[in-house]
Design a protein around this ligand. Structure first.
Ligand code: P5A
Length: 440
């Protein structure tokens, strides 16, 4: 993509409305724009990251055996009256009436709707276990929307719902999601810690939040330092193996959110107890028959008995992750995208667009990248050198290939790795090798 053909509305100054780094950087790099409090439009650069996070999430959900569907954003109130959550949800729920005075709502979550789909279609244990998920916009009329996309009112969530014949099997489904979450966050370049958490308005007796450590996080969290090394435990796990063993090992280390923190339990922990702040990027729940009982979603078991199905639900904050990943990956000059979620792999910067040689070499590299399907943003604008380099650091793609008049004269060009800020000098041929080795 040539920058002169692209839509990248950069902002030079720190936007007044932004308090935290990720929000400032998202606005400055033209990733999103607020349309009203806590509601955002996603501009091209932001949309690309959102799509990548969504794809990594879906791929891992599919690998775990979950099946994708798509439920609507608007739901009928009557389902929520059945589960008794219509009143409980209070002002956070956006309630709507259609022209026939029918009560509707903009979904803050989908436990009721999925339970309705289940009870209309599944009656026998033979169809279980089942895990259905979707990626859909949610609306919660938060008291204090803030920090940009991190606490929005409208936000994108991946939510999955599991159905099982027994409590034991439901725990197995829960474990699968626990493992899938550890894997999918790692694939986004993150190292979250799974912590015992409160269940809040979703309900149930077992729940974990997936927290990335960050000064700007909203929640206080406590954990055993040893957990920082434990993420690799999940790398090689096969979903059909004994997941409980791994989870027992992981959860034997202390980790709890503020609400669940109990200093008595931390007296004999093996490593140092760390108290810090974190961002909740995922949350999983086991709540058994909380919805299936009142909504009469029953199945027949092997013995011919009829009983309410056992359920859990599992959420990933897809749009929150865009901000969360930036909080975990930036420096004073801008964003440092992990390769896996970077909107482009590389900035190709032509320092002098009036120099024919520079143009020729830049075009050669640009065509090569396109042929290799490498997503490159070619800065072919007439901006000053300083401004081009500042922009490249701000938008933060993993690599910058810099083509200038001195370089073409000596066949000696600069490639900068954004993560280390290290610059190496390469000939044109060596650049092609570098691209093959690092960007394909
Ligand atoms: C689990 C899936 C649920 O809603 N029902 C379906 C359960 N859980 S949750 O913890 O309330 O939300 C899941 C994840 O969504 C993100 N999230 C938000 N992101 C941006 N702005 C918000 N206001 C917001 N609220 C929740 C979080 O990442 C959370 O873990």
């Amino acid at each position: 993509m040539k920058l002169t053909d692209y839509f990248l509305p950069l902002k030079k100054d720190k936007p007044k409305e932004a308090e935290i780094t990720s929000h400032i950087l998202m606005l400055r790099s033209g990733m999103c724009q607020q349309s009203s409090s806590g509601i955002y439009s996603w501009l091209p650069l932001g949309k690309k990251v959102l799509d990548k996070i969504e794809k990594i999430t879906k791929d891992e959900m599919n690998a775990s055996g979950a099946i994708e569907i798509l439920m609507p954003t608007i739901q009928p109130a009557e389902l929520w009256i059945e589960s008794s959550r219509y009143q409980d949800y209070g002002k956070e729920m956006l309630r709507i009436k259609d022209r026939n005075k029918k009560e509707l709502l903009y979904g803050p979550t989908n436990e009721e709707l999925i339970t309705d789909i289940f009870r209309n279609n599944v009656q026998s244990y033979k169809n279980l276990p089942l895990n259905l998920y979707h990626v859909q916009w949610k609306f919660r009329d938060e008291v204090r929307p803030r920090f940009g996309v991190m606490r929005g009112r409208e936000f994108l969530m991946k939510d999955a719902y599991s159905f099982d014949i027994s409590e034991d099997n439901a725990k197995k489904s829960y474990n699968k999601m626990f493992v899938a979450y550890m894997k999918l966050f790692k694939k986004m370049g993150l190292s979250p810690i799974a912590m015992k958490a409160e269940t809040g308005p979703i309900g149930g007796d077992l729940s974990h939040e997936f927290i990335i450590i960050s000064k700007t996080g909203e929640s206080d969290v406590f954990f055993d330092e040893s957990l920082l090394d434990m993420q690799k435990l999940f790398d090689e796990i096969d979903y059909n193996g004994d997941l409980q063993e791994y989870i027992n090992k992981y959860t034997s280390f202390y980790a709890a959110t503020d609400e669940m923190h109990n200093p008595k339990e931390t007296q004999n922990i093996s490593g140092n107890l760390i108290k810090t702040k974190g961002i909740e990027v995922g949350h999983i729940f086991h709540f058994g028959q909380k919805y299936s009982k009142p909504m009469n979603a029953t199945i027949t078991n092997e013995k011919g008995q009829n009983l309410p199905v056992f359920m859990g639900s599992y959420g990933v904050g897809v749009s929150r992750l865009v901000g969360g990943i930036i909080e975990a990956n930036h420096d004073e000059n801008g964003i440092i995208w992990p390769k896996e979620v970077s909107p482009f792999m590389c900035s190709l910067i032509n320092l002098n667009c009036d120099n024919e040689k520079c143009l020729e070499v830049s075009n050669q590299i640009y065509n090569y990248c396109n042929k290799k399907m490498i997503d490159v943003l070619f800065d072919d604008t007439k901006e000053s050198i300083g401004s081009k380099l500042t922009t490249a650091d701000l938008i933060g793609f993993p690599y910058q290939v810099i083509i200038g008049p001195k370089g073409v004269k000596n066949d000696n060009f600069e490639i900068k790795t954004r993560k280390t800020n290290k610059i190496i000098n390469l000939s044109l041929n060596e650049i092609f090798n570098f691209i093959n080795e690092n960007m394909v």
